[in-house]
Design a protein around this ligand. Structure first.
Ligand code: SAJ
Length: 407
């Protein structure tokens, strides 16, 4: 039996995947309400294929509890936010989970940390904790790190098909953990040491952040001199070794906008391009605000209340709002005291999270003159004709109606 600790965006699909492939699983979360929801037969967020996977896991006997189990393998998938001031990883959830495991685990148990951590976190935060309790690592407890690589929106597919990395203190434990993940993972599984696995994970997301920042910087340069950034990227990408990503209103989500900060926090003075990329991507919501103001001026619009923001999530077709560029824009508007009457709509966000939020596309469009497309949900891609008489600022390059403004 394995005990998956933390049943959020990563822990839940991972636990379900193991169970659906015949592994005996208990999922543990300290959030009682979440556990009750799962026990009542409901999933806790929307994701392609998740409900089907849940049904399969339930029929295979997965259980959910708010208590840690006594077993010989634990997978820890709790959040690892970053400290906004020091920029370093906040490992307190991982520490707490490991402490709780130590209360109940038998001698020789393995703890696999799935949560993304900065390089050295397991050495600095986890090992001392275990040793302080008098446990000998490698005898009483084995450690491994198996960072996930799944993209929200395509998690279930990617869990199965992506290759993955497992870091362990010795080959034997590495192979044992690899064999477990091989129950569902069809991609290549590379076994390495823990620090290399930690670093690799953070490097992957940093690579993407830097590449998005390049596209965003190009958008700003092109805007300043009236060039079409999309046409330039389209043509440049015909070069066999060039693959420029897409500019956008900013980088959200709990991964790409967070992980590079770990390197900035741990290697100040060395992480220079990484820091610049973070600053460029973080500046995009303000850049969009400036575009809105310019376009309003150009169209002699004075009534800020007639502007509608389409999209609250951090990217298309997911319900996740963490670090969302739209929320950052709204915060910024509040700081500049111009946010009062802006209208907002997102088909994936049923609850009221901001002021003047709509829950129906037609009602939203009726109340605005200008629409700012911030997220490219399929809903709006399929209903573009409804924007025909609006002033449109498209930050995602999804609208091709005449007169559409771009970043
Ligand atoms: N974005 C752009 N332009 C682009 C691509 C993305 O502006 O060309 C924006 C998106 O709109 C979004 C943000 O960047 O706001 C990040 O979105 P994403 O879809 O690129 O990535 P995430 O954060 O959903 O998932 C990433 C993935 N990492 C990589 O692609 C290297 C995923 O594989 C990881 O598992 C995940 O982070 C994680 O958990 O670490």
């Amino acid at each position: 039996m394995i005990n998956v600790v933390g049943l959020g965006y990563i822990g839940l699909p991972t636990a379900l995947m193991f169970a659906a492939h015949g592994v005996e699983v208990v999922g543990t979360d300290y959030n009682k309400r979440l556990v009750d929801t799962l026990n009542a037969g409901k999933t806790t967020f929307e994701e392609d294929g998740l409900d089907e996977l849940f049904q399969r896991a339930v029929s295979q006997g997965i259980r959910f509890s708010h208590e840690y189990q006594s077993t010989d393998l634990y997978i820890v998938a709790v959040p690892t936010p970053y400290d906004k001031t020091s920029k370093k990883v906040d490992a307190s959830f991982v520490e707490k989970a490991v402490e709780n495991v130590m209360e109940v685990c038998p001698k020789g148990a393995t703890i696999v940390v799935e949560s993304t951590v900065s390089p050295g976190t397991i050495d600095k935060h986890v090992r001392p904790l275990i040793e302080a309790k008098g446990f000998v690592i490698g005898e009483d407890i084995h450690l491994a790190h198996a960072p996930e690589r799944i993209i929200p929106g395509n998690m279930v597919y990617e869990l199965k098909h992506n290759s993955r990395t497992i870091g362990a203190d010795n080959q034997e434990i590495g192979e044992k953990v690899k064999a477990l993940y091989s129950s569902f993972c069809e991609g290549e599984i590379v076994v390495t040491d823990i620090r290399t696995a930690e670093m690799t994970k953070v490097v992957e997301n940093t690579f993407r952040d830097i590449n998005i920042a390049f596209a965003n910087e190009l958008a700003k340069i092109c805007r300043s001199d009236n060039m079409d950034v999309y046409e330039i990227i389209r043509i440049a990408n015909k070069h066999p070794r060039v693959n420029i990503l897409s500019p956008g209103p900013g980088v959200g989500g709990h991964c790409i906008s967070v992980d590079p900060w770990f390197l900035v926090g741990d290697y100040p003075g060395l992480a220079n391009i990484i820091l610049s990329a973070r600053k460029i991507n973080d500046s995009m919501p303000d850049f969009v605000l400036e575009r809105i103001h310019d376009i309003m001026k150009e169209n002699q619009m004075t009534d800020v209340g007639k502007v509608g923001l389409y999209g609250l999530t951090y990217k298309e077709n997911v319900d996740d709002m963490r670090e969302s560029p739209t929320l950052q824009m709204l915060e910024s508007m509040e700081r500049h005291l111009c946010g009062g009457q802006i209208k907002v709509y997102d088909p994936y966000v049923a609850q009221d999270v901001v002021a003047n939020q709509y829950h129906d596309l037609d009602a939203f469009l009726q109340d605005v003159d200008m629409v700012v497309l911030l997220v490219g949900h399929d809903e709006i891609r399929d209903n573009m004709e409804k924007l025909q008489n609006k002033i449109i600022l498209d930050t995602r390059h999804i609208c091709f109606l005449e007169g559409t403004y771009r970043l």
